[in-house]
Ligand binder design. Structure first.
Ligand code: DAT
Length: 178
């Protein structure tokens, strides 16, 4: 049944997830350029199209409205060929994705990146803890079939190039009819 469902798409949909700062947007942008797939940054989309229920002062971010986001994406996801970039993965329909990539960064490296981004205090330590406890990898494993989930290191520039290459190959192979 799963093969039939994904068989309706001519191109795969890929979810790129991970703690903020692990390099989702950087990697997704490079992958979209290499493959001509469509990069969808959920954070930007939520802001642009007002797919939220206001601003959370404590979390210092928009309160994403999951139903609005899923309605907005349904047609594009059915069509296929999307790279979806978001620091969460448990509210998307499982059937949307052919591959779920979880980017991972060593905590000291992530700490520096998020400090540079201006994260402080609770926001900084919460995100570094999120990475240490592999929250996004757990969330991905709970939400998607095991064989769709892949964890990739994202500590340096070489990691980005290698990950883009690996995923570009995977996308090419997915698209070749058996
Ligand atoms: P995310 O989209 O996961 O929040 P990002 O792509 O915005 O992360 O990257 C955060 C910052 O870290 C940005 O300045 C680029 C840099 N960066 C990301 N991945 C990297 C990597 N593998 N090596 C070096 N720098 C990286």
């Amino acid at each position: 049944v799963m093969a039939q469902e994904s068989g309706k798409r001519k191109k795969p949909n890929i979810l790129v997830t991970g703690t903020p700062g692990t390099g989702k947007t950087t990697m997704s942008t490079a992958l979209a350029e290499a493959t001509q797939l469509n990069h969808i940054n959920i954070g930007d989309l939520v802001k642009e199209k007002n797919l939220h229920d206001g601003w959370d002062d404590e979390l210092d971010s928009y309160i994403l409205n999951e139903d609005l986001v899923c309605d907005e994406l349904e047609d594009a996801m059915e069509e296929g060929g999307n790279i979806v970039d978001y620091h969460g993965c448990d509210f998307f329909p499982e059937r949307w994705f052919d591959c779920v990539v979880v980017l991972q960064t060593d905590s000291s490296v992530l700490y520096d990146r998020l400090s540079k981004r201006g994260y402080k205090d609770a926001k900084l330590s919460n995100n570094v803890e999120c990475e240490i406890f592999q929250i996004l990898l757990e969330e991905a494993k709970e939400s998607y079939a095991e064989d769709k989930v892949v964890a990739l290191k994202s500590n340096n520039i070489e990691d980005i190039s290698r990950n883009v290459e690996t995923l570009t190959d995977w996308i090419r192979n997915w698209s070749i009819p058996i």
